[in-house]
Write a protein that binds this ligand. Structure first.
Ligand code: GDG
Length: 481
């Protein structure tokens, strides 16, 4: 067994400058937690990878690399930084990735900004990844590429390394062909061909995989049967691998001393009031405005809950240099002000709003303290927050209200599933959650917890890598025949 090379847009940490000091901060996204948990588990050593590498764009200048490298000495994987010109990066990341692919793949076609410079930059940065990687490759390497910023990379690698083992995983939805086809011909053809350079293509849900297969059929005429295709005389598979969480980590966190301190403070502060909680990046896909409308409606429709419930709404800053994001922040804050202004009393405020990134133990304490988690994205590839809340409720009650348009809804059927834009349905679900008998809460939670602890994130990684190895084996057999 050779090396495992993880490739994502960003490296799994960022750098904070504090005066002359450089501090490393681990990124908190789902992918980073997943891969780190896997690296720290026995599974990655048991598989026999001789080395693990992570390639991504550095958020620090090249001349700081030697200082950063020293600070990385304790890591059990090697970092391979890619340095990209800032202006080019902007057109690739803010531009094509987040102003074309992100809105389109989340069903917001009206927010797509078609701009040829964006696509050019996207091609160039994918090329830069390929140019950095290819000279480093050794024959037995396993390459695992992540997400929508790197859709062209598999084909670029394949063109020069015909036998490479390449896996690709898409963390966001793949949209229906009717939407995907609205992209200019050159873009959509390049994107589908790019991904098909992989041996195994992973999606969170069956629907996303089907959407991709249909696009491959309609755009390139590639037929598939049971998730398998013959593309340029090579077997390629597209299958579902719903990402999970480090179940034990969230379970354990609930009994950490620091979590307990945060938890006690929360409980003391809110007395006997019921707590509704949500945490999301600031993003139009998260349905924050619709969620606030529903909560406002709930307070009007069920006035008996006034002063007995509090909604702790945590928004994590994100992409605040893209206009579509900054405008929404203002609208959301205005709405929160309106609701609080309308129904607050001298001793009660219906919404506690924070715009910050929470320390992990505080997040765990909020999961633990929440009677209800209100997770209502308008679209979401998976949504790990929903799964983390369930894991944090182990052995106790709590109700998850979850959007039926999040990938997680496919697995968390015991949640109260709602249409996030249906104000009345969400408002009724809040009331139902707050009045649900304890026995029913525990029963629903138990079933979801079983599922998540059986298939945790370490299994997710292992499963993907096993399947990738299987595809390579099948390809060899086909060649022998
Ligand atoms: C993509 C897809 C898919 C959030 N706020 C804080 C914080 N977080 C952590 C959560 C969770 C993660 O960030 C966010 O989870 P998402 O599921 O939204 O994942 P993303 O990485 O944003 O997005 C998504 C995911 O990839 C995985 O495939 O589920 O659909 O868009 O882990 O805990 N962590 C801390 N403080 C916060 O304030 N410490």
């Amino acid at each position: 067994m050779g090396r495992l090379i993880i490739i994502s847009n960003r490296l799994p940490f960022s750098i904070d400058h504090e005066g002359d000091q450089l501090n490393l901060r681990q990124s908190s996204g789902g992918l980073v937690s997943a891969i780190k948990s896997y690296f720290e588990s026995d599974s990655s050593t048991n598989r026999g990878f001789t080395e693990k590498l992570w390639l991504g764009v550095a958020d620090f200048p090249q001349n700081e690399w030697s200082i950063v490298e020293e600070k990385l000495s304790g890591l059990d994987f090697q970092i391979v930084p890619l340095f990209v010109n800032k202006l080019l990066y902007k057109d690739y990341y803010n531009g094509f990735s987040n102003s074309v692919l992100w809105p389109l793949f989340h069903y917001f076609p009206n927010l797509v900004e078609s701009n040829v410079h964006y696509f050019d930059a996207y091609v160039k940065v994918n090329r830069a990844f390929a140019d950095k990687l290819i000279p480093l490759l050794e024959p037995d390497d396993t390459i695992w590429i992540h997400d929508y910023q790197l859709l062209l990379l598999p084909e670029m690698i394949r063109a020069e390394k015909a036998d490479a083992a390449i896996g690709f995983f898409l963390h966001i939805p793949f949209p229906s062909y009717e939407l995907f086809r609205t992209l200019p011909a050159e873009w959509k053809t390049s994107l589908v061909r790019g991904v098909l350079g992989s041996d195994l293509i992973g999606f969170h849900t069956h629907d996303y995989a089907q959407h991709f297969l249909q696009s491959a059929k309609m755009i390139l005429g590639v037929d598939s049967s049971f998730h398998a295709m013959q593309y340029q005389d090579r077997l390629v598979k597209a299958d579902l691998f719903p990402i999970s969480i480090d179940y034990k980590k969230f379970n354990r966190a609930c009994s950490d001393l620091e979590t307990k301190q945060y938890y006690n403070e929360i409980i003391k502060n809110f007395d006997s009031r019921k707590i509704i909680f949500s945490v999301d990046r600031l993003d139009y896909t998260k349905g924050l405005m619709d969620r606030l409308n529903a909560y406002e409606h709930f307070l009007d429709q069920y006035p008996e809950w006034r002063e007995k419930v509090v909604f702790i709404l945590n928004i994590v800053p994100s992409r605040d240099d893209i206009q579509a994001y900054t405008e929404r922040k203002q609208q959301i804050e205005q709405k929160i002000g309106t609701i609080n202004g309308k129904v607050s009393t001298i001793t009660w405020q219906p919404i506690i709003y924070r715009y910050t990134h929470l320390p992990f133990n505080e997040l765990a304490a909020l999961y633990k303290a929440a009677d209800v988690a209100l997770i209502t994205p308008l679209r979401d590839g998976m949504n790990l927050v929903a799964k983390e809340y369930v894991a944090s409720c182990s052995g106790r009650k709590g109700v998850l209200i979850l959007s039926e348009l999040a990938g997680a809804a496919n697995e968390l059927n015991e949640a109260l599933l709602v249409n996030p834009i249906d104000t009345i349905e969400v408002s009724n679900a809040i009331n139902r959650a707050l009045t649900m008998p304890e026995e029913e809460q525990e029963h629903r939670m138990f079933l979801m917890q079983q599922r998540l602890s059986d298939y945790d994130v370490i299994k997710w990684v292992s499963d993907f890598l096993d399947q990738l190895a299987n595809v390579k084996q099948e390809q060899l057999k086909q060649q022998v025949k």
